[in-house]
Design a protein around this ligand. Structure first.
Ligand SMILES: Cc1cc2nc3c(=O)[nH]c(=O)nc-3n(C[C@H](O)[C@H](O)[C@H](O)COP(=O)(O)OP(=O)(O)OC[C@H]3O[C@@H](n4cnc5c(N)ncnc54)[C@H](O)[C@@H]3O)c2cc1C
Ligand code: SF4
Ligand code: SF4
Length: 936
């Protein structure tokens, strides 16, 4: 028999998707290449490709999916943010993702609780609680990416667990769908109460579990981990503790059960008061062994958090870049909110007093301002993905990442681990929640290398065993068992208790469809390791998803930055099987701005688009490249705009353009009611002909106006020139071509390079190149990426001289003080490309210097507004959905004016706000404050 593949391969797996689609509808079920690829990973070392993904929107969707899984035996893996480090949100059957169930259903401020859905992200949740002075206590470092369903199922914790406990300590009730098809509200009930008996009576699995727990209470007590935190195994210990106090404490069983006992659709969570003020101290120790004692001295001051990083970790993240002294053997991060009846200042005095006892590298750094504190925490929060930058091959691998020992033995643990890994010749980062004795151990390995692979397997067994026997610790404090620790749960608790765990699992999941392979499994931890991915630069941490505007709208992994990295780097990737996602990125660059591992997903997407450049866009750019043809046409449109830019002609225009724009994207349109920018009847270069290079104007400062300021009569170009003149600069308008951003967005990189070459040549002779457009700024600063050798050096020299007008005038740059008051409340929309260029503080500082301005920071100022150059036309619907969040933030800020630094953002803001709030470029506000009369 020939072993050649059949010409048409049977696609049995699609039948699962088809079945589910029939029941739930096409937009909730996906099984195409991009979707199953994006959902095949979480933040762990594993990859498991699912057959289909259900994006549940209602409890009925959950129930139908579970019923299907039960009747067919197809496994089901619930999923929230997909940021777990253990492989518990990947599975080979159906991924049931609840990201769209992301609402607060009820909030009781007086009693401090909220009823929430599982898809709500923690940071978003806390933002909504902030106006009420409340927050949710447990806060994993992944708070920007993880969701409440995942936190509940992992019993997550974080830096503030020291104060607030882990999730299990902050839950009133959970609503679960069981594999029997029943719904259960799990809450703490009085033991022996008829109501409690009724609940147990209607859920046989629950009754069986409670009977097992009562019968084996002594065994369970004897095996209870004695350390401060534990998330391994089922929390039968919590049930026994409850019974000892006359309570059937049901949430304890389900929190931390990792989707193996049921699917959560709701939870009622306890909230805590947000501290009014906090202070953070960064303490660098010269001797590791002193850290343990210092922690004991600090604990009576009731810190909110105590985090440690060892010397090796500090080296791996490049200590000098974070201002950590060369001789620091460990760094301790401590946070306080007052307490003991003392003010923060008094507490800090005591902290300083304690520190004097130790041989520190320098006096502790104290931060009380929010911004400064965030800076100190930034490195700690992004530690794990940051380690991805260290080496192209050796990556941080989570397989012994979450041990807990008594807090006073943490220094001893670090010494043991340092010696162990030295013996293995393996680099390792050790950091964690020292106040709880919880250490995160992340060795850097090339798992494709035999030595490293063997070191991993040996370390897995030896370290876990040592933590249990020598330190009396737990193998898991907060990350969960998942696939990585499942193999060791039996060894940790012993056969008798493990047998109880399996009985509980069988009672709730007799057909074994709920997240098999996770928590209760004998499968070796090396099964399903993603050897291909672990040599790639992305840590799959999901941080980029938290800022990706497309993910914000769709809430699904196939429409997200992290998902796109996975898709475009997957072996089966082809433009045609993934076009819908490759064309969905708005190229805002927010992902690149936040990625701790230094990955630029947007650039990868641009590279993929370059393999299939858009023909219509190419023709339009070619036309624009012929100014003698393009500019008269544009000016004619400008002169006649009053005629054609009216409701009826615009309706005709919208219809007429449909087939044409379809060539750009199937979603493209120019809606009749979209507010268009005013086209210039005289271009900027004509209005300021005396400043152009062509007319012989010379000087050291060039104004690179870009296309928008030249073609649109939006006031930006005039304002930039006026403001520069007020500050003693008569700028030259150098010869220039489009900076390249829109052209790159449509894949025409050849043209981008040609234009970049032209612009570099033209701009080389100037000392400073001023811009008024965020995208031009970034594009020019990024020019070196297009060139090699001598050309690259020239591009680097130009890039180094580029300054956005707000950057140029910040600080000492503002020579002339604006005097005309602007008595308005002004907020700032921070354009993505300017943030990516590293400019975000300067525009705000400038606005605050305009007399009379009351500056208010709006929520989500740093999020994309969705215009993204021509994206507003390419996908108007999505663009407007992205804008909805910005509109709400602007409204809530109470501002009369929203300022920005980018003409392209202004188009979106003006269209979206329709005059409700005035939209101004920062240069316009400045020029008005100088009392300049600009051309109408
Ligand atoms: C950079 C980084 C830092 C981290 N820091 C911390 C930290 O400080 N503390 C900490 O505890 N963890 C930390 N983690 C791990 C992880 O982020 C947390 O455990 C997080 O709470 C997981 O939430 P998630 O929404 O991503 O869940 P997912 O990864 O999607 O899922 C986690 C588990 O929950 C289950 N689940 C999800 N939704 C449901 C549902 N509706 N019903 C039933 N089961 C469900 C899944 O099946 C899976 O078993 C970190 C991870 C990263 C990448
Ligand atoms: S691209 Fe960066 S931020 Fe995004 S998942 Fe990968 S490592 Fe994390
Ligand atoms: S560039 Fe913007 S839209 Fe594209 S992946 Fe990055 S964050 Fe998402």
């Amino acid at each position: 028999m020939s072993d050649a593949p059949a010409l048409i391969l049977p696609e049995k797996s699609r039948s699962i998707g088809n079945d589910l689609r029939r029941q739930l509808g096409a937009d909730k079920v996906k099984d195409d290449f991009p979707t199953i690829t994006a959902y095949s990973v979480d933040a762990s070392i594993y990859k498991v490709v699912p057959k289909a993904v259900v994006q549940a929107e209602t409890e009925d969707d959950i129930a139908a999916t579970v019923a299907y899984a039960r009747s067919t035996g197809v496994p089901i893996t619930p999923r929230a943010g997909g940021t777990n480090l253990t492989g518990s949100a990947v599975g080979e059957g159906i991924i049931l993702e609840c990201g769209r169930m992301n609402r607060i259903l009820e909030l009781n401020v007086e009693e401090r609780w909220a009823r929430v859905q599982p898809g709500l992200n923690l940071t978003e949740f806390n933002k909504k609680l902030e106006p009420h002075g409340l927050m949710f206590g447990p806060d994993p470092s992944s708070r920007d990416m993880c969701k409440l369903g995942g936190m509940l199922s992992n019993n997550s914790a974080g830096p503030h667990t020291l104060r607030y406990g882990s999730v299990k300590d902050n839950v009133h009730a959970i609503r679960m769908h069981l594999s029997t098809g029943a719904w259960l509200t799990a809450e703490a009930l009085a033991d022996g109460d008829p109501a409690t008996d009724a609940v147990l009576g209607s859920h046989p699995a629950l009754a069986e579990t409670m009977a097992l727990v009562r019968k084996n209470a002594d065994l369970i007590r004897s095996k209870k981990p004695t350390v401060s935190k534990n998330s391994t195994g089922y929390n039968l210990f919590g049930l026994v503790d409850g019974l000892d106090q006359g309570i059937v404490d049901l949430p304890k069983l389900f929190v931390g059960s990792e989707g193996t006992l049921g699917v959560i659709s709701e939870a009622t969570l306890t909230l805590v008061e947000k501290p009014n003020a906090t202070a953070t101290a960064l303490i660098h120790f010269r001797h590791l062994e002193e850290v343990g004692q210092a922690v004991f001295d600090l604990l009576p001051l009731t810190p909110m958090a105590l985090e440690v990083m060892d010397a090796n970790t500090l080296d791996l993240i490049n200590r000098s870049a974070h201002g950590v002294p060369a001789d620091a053997a460990a760094t301790l991060l401590a946070e306080f909110d007052g307490g003991l009846g003392l003010s923060i200042a008094e507490i800090l005095d005591r902290v300083k007093g304690i520190c004097r006892k130790y041989r520190l590298c320098q006096a502790p750094t104290i931060a009380v301002e929010k911004e400064h504190q965030e800076q100190l925490w930034k490195a700690r929060n992004a530690l794990y993905p940051t380690l991805y930058r260290y080496d192209a091959k050796k990556k941080p691998i989570n397989y012994v990442d979450d041990v807990v020992v008594p807090a006073d033995r943490i220094a001893e643990l670090v010494q043991y681990l340092s010696a162990f890994f030295k013996g293995q010749d393996v680099n390792v980062a050790i950091f964690g929640h020292i106040g709880n004795g919880n250490a995160h151990i992340v060795p850097l390995l090339d798992v494709n290398d035999k030595h490293d692979f063997e070191a991993m397997v040996a370390g897995y067994h030896e370290i876990h065993q040592t933590v249990i026997t020598r330190f009396g610790g737990s193998i898991c404090g907060e990350h969960g068992d998942g696939r990585v620790r499942a193999e060791f749960v039996r060894k940790y608790f012993g056969e008798e208790l493990y047998a109880l765990f399996t009985q509980v699992k069988s009672a709730f999941d007799p057909v074994r469809v709920l997240n098999p392979g996770v928590k209760i499994s004998d499968t070796p931890f090396t099964e399903h390791i993603d050897y291909v991915r672990l040599s790639k630069p992305c840590a799959t941490c999901g941080k980029c998803n938290s800022v990706c505007p497309v993910f914000d709208v769709f809430q699904t992994e196939d429409m997200s930055s992290r998902g796109w990295f996975e898709i475009v780097t997957a072996p089966g990737y082809e433009y045609l099987n993934s076009k819908r996602v490759v064309e969905a990125c708005v190229n805002c660059k927010s992902c690149r701005t936040v990625c701790p591992a230094g990955v630029d997903v947007s650039d990868l997407i641009m590279q993929k688009r370059a393999e299939h450049p858009n023909k219509l866009a190419g023709a339009l750019f070619a036309l624009q490249g012929q100014p003698w043809l393009f500019e008269p046409f544009l000016k004619l449109m400008g002169r006649t705009q009053g005629l054609w830019d009216r409701p009826l002609p615009r309706k005709v225009l919208e219809q007429a353009l449909v087939p044409f724009l379809h060539q750009l994207a199937s979603t493209a349109r120019l809606p009749a009611d979209m507010v268009l920018p005013r086209l210039a009847s005289r271009l900027l270069r004509e209005r300021y002909a005396e400043l152009t290079e062509e007319q012989g104007h010379r000087g050291a400062v060039a104004y690179f106006h870009g296309c928008a300021a030249n073609y649109f009569q939006d006031g930006v170009g005039d304002a930039v020139i006026a403001v520069l003149r007020k500050n003693g600069i008569d700028p030259v308008l150098p010869r220039q071509r489009c900076s390249g951003t829109p052209i790159e967005t449509y894949g025409h990189v050849g043209r981008v390079k040609d234009y970049a070459r032209f612009n570099v040549e033209s701009l080389s002779r100037y000392d400073t190149i001023v811009t008024g457009c965020a995208s031009c700024t970034l594009s020019l600063k990024d020019y070196p990426k297009w060139f090699q050798g001598e050309e690259r050096s020239k591009a680097e020299a130009v890039a180094g001289k580029v300054r956005h007008i707000s950057e140029m005038l910040a600080g000492e740059g503002l020579k002339a003080a604006p005097t005309k008051p602007c008595r308005k409340t002004v907020t700032y929309h921070s354009s993505c490309h300017l943030r990516a260029a590293g400019v975000s503080k300067q525009p705000r500082d400038l606005l605050k210097r305009i007399p009379g301005v009351t500056f208010v920071e709006m929520r989500d100022a740093d999020r994309c507004a969705g215009g993204a150059g021509t994206f507003i036309v390419k996908d108007y619907e999505t663009s407007q959905k992205i804008f909805a969040r910005k509109r709400a933030a602007i409204r809530d800020s109470g501002a009369q004016v929203v300022a920005t630094s980018c003409p392209a953002c202004m188009i979106q803001l003006k269209n979206g706000l329709r005059g409700e709030v005035d939209v101004r470029h920062i240069a316009e506000l400045l020029s008005e404050a100088y009392g300049t009369d600009l051309p109408a």
